[in-house]
Design a protein around this ligand. Structure first.
Ligand code: OAD
Length: 420
């Protein structure tokens, strides 16, 4: 009896007969612009614009590929822009013309990659889509049909006789076929500018001590004596010993999962690492764009003029810097580290990256040392911001806190980035 009831209610799980559309890059910029302030609701999980985009791609295809005489970029942009100037009124038939007239004003913002010919195609597609005009231009007529095939959203069954293309007429007569086209495959994340500010915490799990945690370097040593010009002048040997030890230690440690995942992120995004760390673990993990705010243990410089480019040199990590070793200008060699009170030469460049960031991430820093700590103030307010730290001194305003160590937190961070 139970088996019989189970059978009765068991849903038939026939494989869904879908057709995959080709993978095309996401066009987030135009979506952000066009959809701002709009909500036409969703049908089957897709907005009107997404359905017009899907219909447009579907109509542009022949034998599994986009037809050569169709400009797919224009078709897709049309999907998102054509309703931008619509009044909140279904009888507004002028919105296509208004959108066409708007295009020159957004040319430099949204359409900067468009040629004049592409702008002209898009303009025609917008101008004619609220008329019954057919142009005979495949791209424009496909835009026309892509929109009409979605008339069901306002309760109108598309009329095959009023479509501009044969394919459009076919799908209007067989409207149920449209849902066979799998849309989600065209969503590929856009490359975002991700800026990551890292501190000692990211290297802690590689075996390098932080500064201010209970076993931190500045809990065991006096920062003023080991990380200042005055300290170097007073006892240069002690300072060299401290940095020689840390330089040698770099040979014994490896990048951890957090360093590696940030490097991996470059496959999908433009990642800039602004690090307060003087180790080379980001580079060794494979990150290609690392800006060191506080210098680098792998380098040495002049103690007379530390920013003299002729004196800044790579220096073997297994070779100690000794008293008497000379820089190019004849002065005592010193580690290429920004000591307390010294100008943070990379800060302006770092600020520019932060201001331009689409996403800003902070990992493993107490945000107590300025000016690096101030960088969190320079992001745009709407930019998603994350801080990964198991025990932060503070969580700045607007930041999502991932309360994990760097190696665990970075996986959670990547999950969050996927949702954006
Ligand atoms: P701090 O020692 O001040 O802060 C380390 C941060 O990392 C703290 O917030 C910890 O909670 C966090 N942390 C500890 N373990 C972690 C882990 N496994 N994963 C993630 N986070 C963890 O180090 P910084 O903020 O980097 O400058 O210090 C800034 C500057 O102060 C350094 O660049 C250095 C120092 O003086 C110079 O030497 C010039």
């Amino acid at each position: 009896m139970i088996i019989w009831i189970k059978k009765l209610f068991k849903k038939e799980r026939r494989p869904k007969d879908t057709i995959q559309l080709p993978i095309l890059p996401d066009i987030l910029e135009v979506k952000k612009f066009a959809l701002n302030g709009w909500d036409l609701g969703e049908t089957h999980g897709l907005s009107h614009w997404e359905r017009v985009e899907r219909n447009g791609i579907m109509l542009s295809m022949e034998n599994g590929a986009i037809r050569e005489n169709v400009n797919i970029k224009v078709v897709r942009y049309f999907a998102y822009l054509h309703d931008k100037c619509r009044l909140n009124d279904w009888t507004d038939l002028e919105h296509g013309v208004r959108t066409a007239d708007m295009l020159p004003t957004i040319r430099d913002m949204i359409l900067k990659d468009f040629t004049d010919e592409e702008v002209a195609l898009l303009e025609k597609a917008c101008r004619y889509h609220t008329t019954e005009h057919r142009t005979g231009i495949p791209t424009v007529d496909i835009c026309f049909d892509a929109d009409r095939l979605d008339l069901g959203r306002v309760g109108i069954v598309p009329n095959p006789k009023l479509m501009a293309t044969e394919q459009g007429a076919y799908y209007a007569a067989n409207i149920h076929l449209i849902d066979k086209f799998e849309y989600k495959c065209i969503r590929e994340p856009l490359r975002q500018k991700i800026v990551v500010l890292t501190g000692a915490g990211i290297s802690a799990e590689s075996g390098l001590a932080t500064f201010r945690d209970s076993n931190g370097l500045w809990k065991q040593h006096d920062a003023k004596k080991l990380a200042s010009v005055a300290g170097f002048e007073e006892n240069p040997q002690a300072v060299l010993d401290f940095y020689n030890y840390r330089r040698k230690q770099l040979l014994e440690v490896e990048p951890n999962h957090a360093h590696k995942m940030l490097a991996e992120l470059e496959k999908w995004h433009d990642v800039t690492i602004l690090t307060q760390n003087v180790d080379n673990l980001h580079e060794r993990a494979g990150s290609t764009h690392v800006i060191h705010l506080h210098g680098e243990l792998t380098k040495v410089t002049s103690s007379k003029d530390r920013l003299n480019p002729c004196c800044i040199k790579d220096y073997p990590l297994d070779k100690p810097i000794c008293l008497g070793d000379k820089a190019e200008d004849g002065s005592q060699l010193r580690p290429f580290i920004v000591w307390f009170g010294e100008y943070v030469y990379a800060i302006e460049v770092a600020m520019d990256y932060v201001k331009e960031a689409d996403i800003f991430v902070v990992i493993g820093t107490s945000l107590t040392v300025h000016p690096a700590a101030n960088l969190v103030e320079y992001t745009h307010s709407e930019v998603p911001k994350f801080i990964v730290d198991p025990n932060p001194q503070k969580v700045p305003n607007g930041f999502i806190h991932i309360k994990e160590s760097a190696t665990k937190g970075v996986d959670k961070l990547i999950e969050e980035l996927r949702k954006l």
